[in-house]
Design a protein around this ligand. Sequence first.
Ligand code: VG1
Ligand code: CO
Length: 542
Amino acid sequence: MRIVATTPFDGQKPGTSGLRKKVKVFAQPHYLENFVQAVFDTLGPVPATAVLVVGGDGRYHNRTAIQTILKMAAAHGFGRVLVGQGGILSTPAASCVIRKYGAFGGLILSASHNPGGPDEDFGIKYNSGNGGPAPESVTDAIYARSLALTEYRLIEAEDVDLDRIGEVRLGAMTVQVIDPVADYADLMESLFDFAAIRGLIAGGFRLRFDAMHAVTGPYAREILERRLGAPAGTVINGVPLEDFGGGHPDPNLVYAEELVAEMFGQNAPDFGAASDGDGDRNMVLGRNFFVTPSDSLAVLAANATLCPAYAKGIAGIARSMPTSGAADRVAARLGVPCFETPTGWKFFGNLMDAGKVTLCGEESFGTGSDHVREKDGLWAVLMWLNVLARRGESVEAIVRQHWAEYGRNYYSRHDYEGVESAAANGLIAHLRDTAASLPGTVLHGYTVAMCDDFAYTDPVDGSVSAGQGIRILFTDGSRVVFRLSGTGTSGATLRVYVERYEADSSRHDQPTQQALADLIALAGDVAQIAARTGRDAPTVIT
Ligand code: VG1
Ligand code: CO
C-alpha cells in the first residue's frame, strides 16, 4: 500500500452529470486520484464483499484512469471490481451491471457528448447501488471532502490486462473483466418484443443507427444486427474511437450530419437513430421527419402498453423542467402523475426507486425507464421499434396522430456555446433581478403570468434544489426558460428553451422556428442576449 501526500484541488465541483474537465486537467498529478479518494472517503469503509463497477465510453485517457482506479479500489478494501472489456461500459450498461450484480456502486468515466482526445474532455462520476447517479447530497459531500483531503491510497501492482475476459487478483481484490454488452443486451431482450421487431425488419423495414464512433457501436451491432437480424452495415460509425473520429458525439440535427443527410435524402430508410458518447442519449428520425425528444417521451408513454415490460401500464412520468409539457398531457389522459424535476438524470432516481414513475425524459435527447437508473439511448430506439412493429405505421404518421389527439407542443432549444462566463452569469443575474417585475407585462403580444428561478423539492426525501433556471410562463401556456449548462469545460453555454402549445390540428404544419418566432424574439429582448453575449445567433438550434 502506498500513501501519497496531496494538496486539495479546488475546481472539483461536479456539474449536471459528474466532474468534467479537459484531459490535460485530469492528467495533472493527483487530480483524478483526489477525486476518487474523495468518493471513497465519502462512502466510508466498505465490506470485504463490496463490488465496484468500473467502465467508460472509451475516450482518450479511459484506460489510464481505470488502472489508477483499480489500484485505489484495492487499497480501499473493495472485494471485487467488475470492469468492462477494453475499459468499455456504456452509461446505461454500467447502471444495468450495478443493479444486476448488487454492486455497492460504480465509477463511470465519460464526458458524454463532449468531444474526446488529448486536447478535449474527460469526466468521471459516481453511481450508487441503485445504479443511478449519486444524489446531490452525496456529490456535495464528495466535493467538500475533495477540498479537505491530504492523502490518497493505492496499492503497488502491475497494470491489469483490460482486454482479456476473466479474473485476476490485485492485492486482496479480484478484478473481473466482463463482456460489456451481454448483460445489457439480455436486459433489452427481456423488455421488448424482439420477435415482432425481427418480423418488422424481415418484412423489409429499413433502419440506420449512427453510433458516432462512440460507445454504442458494439451494443448496437449485437442487438440490432445480430439479435434482431438487421443487415450488416445498419450500424454506421460503429467502432468506438478515442477521439470519436474528431467529431462531437452528440446526437442532434447539427452533429449527426451523416445520418441526418441520409434520413432527409432520396430513398431514406424508414427509421434512423443516433446515440451519444456514453450511450445514454438518443435521437429518433423517421423518413424526412425529426422527432423532438419531448415528443418522443410523450409518444412512448402513450404507446407503452404495446411493449411487454410496460404492458400493465406505467406508474407515472417525470420530465426535466425545460422539457416540453407534451408528456404531461399523456399522463393526465392516463390518470398517472407527471413530475417536473431540475435538469440532470440524478433527480429521477428517488422517484423511480419509490415506484412513483416508470418513464422519464429530458429535452436533451434523453429518455429512459425504471429498467435502469440512467437515461438509455438504445432502449429508446428499441421501444420505438417495438411500437412501430406493433402499430405498422410510419414514424411520421404516429407522431402526427399523436398531435391530432393531444395537440402539438412546438418546442426548440437555442444554445449559445463558448460565451464568456462573466457575461453569461450577468445575463442570468439580470433575469433574476427583473423576474419580480415581469408578471402582467405584455411582451411581443404574450402576457407574462409568472416568472421565477425554478426550485425543486424532492417528494421522496424533501431535499431542495434551488436556482435551476429562470422560467417565464405566459397566460396562454407558452414559456421561455433560461439556464446555464453544467456540463461544459470552457466558458459558459447559455441554453434558451422555447415552447408554445397549439391545440388546432390545422395549424400543426408550421416550421418550428416560424411557429416560435415571436417567443424567440422576446426571449432575446428580455434577456438582452445580443448585447450581453455579443452573439446575434445561437450556435446550435434543436
Ligand atoms: C446537459 C443536458 C441535460 C443532461 C446533461 C447530461 O446538461 O441539458 O439534460 O442531463 O447534459 O447528459 P447541461 O447542464 O449541459 O444543460 V449526458 O448525455 O452528458 O450524461
Ligand atoms: Co451522455
